[in-house]
Design a protein around this ligand. Structure first.
Ligand code: ZN
Length: 201
């Protein structure tokens, strides 16, 4: 089975690597913090994010902390809601911190084009242990700002397209549980309740 095409802002099966400091184009001078990841059913996960209007050091610190938190959880993406901040900012790094060129910061992102279909397994750091196939567009084009406010457009296919759609859903207050069929959703809700009762959630 090809695992390279699985998406989750999830725990990947690969070990986490430490971000290499000082080897990228941007050296992060301030220290980063690993933030607490909010789990379903925390209501902030269903709260649409406020647009970002100020591109200041506070935003850039949040972005740096979100990358650190993603790497610490062996994830490939994280939305602000997942660290308790209802704002439209998400980070994605399909290389799990191995390649600084793959670090993506999407501020105020929107999907401006979508094409085709894919149906692949996803996970989510706010839903530990839950993995489910989700129907998504095969290709998307997004428009977003970076952490300095500069607008850009970017195309994504396969795993990257899923990352864009999963994370932008978070910014709209939509968790992947609500992209599942009613049957799968109910099965997973039961699983979550069981884990909660066992203190494992
Ligand atoms: Zn997620």
């Amino acid at each position: 089975m090809d695992t390279s095409n699985r998406y989750g802002d999830f725990r990947s099966s690969e070990p986490a690597s430490q971000p290499v400091s000082g080897s990228g184009q941007e050296v992060i001078e301030s220290s980063q913090m690993i933030l607490k990841i909010v789990k379903y059913p925390d209501p902030i996960l269903q709260q649409p994010g406020e647009p970002i209007t100020e591109f200041n050091d506070e935003l850039r610190q949040l972005v740096a902390d979100m990358f650190e938190t993603t790497y610490a959880s062996s994830g490939v993406g994280l939305a602000a809601q997942q660290v308790g901040v209802a704002k439209r900012v998400t980070v994605i790094d399909l290389s799990l911190g191995k390649d600084p060129a793959q670090r993506l910061v999407l501020v105020n992102p929107e999907i401006i084009f979508r094409e085709g279909k894919q149906y692949e397994e996803e996970g989510c750091l706010s839903f530990p242990e839950i993995r489910e196939k989700i129907s998504r567009a095969a290709k998307v084009r997004i428009r977003a700002q970076d952490e300095y406010g500069k607008w850009f457009e970017m195309d994504g296919e396969e795993l990257l397209a899923r990352a864009f759609q999963h994370e932008i859903d978070h910014l709209d207050g939509i968790v992947f549980l609500f992209r599942m069929s009613a049957l799968k959703r109910n099965l997973n809700l039961r699983k979550i309740r069981k884990m909660q009762s066992e203190g494992a959630w």
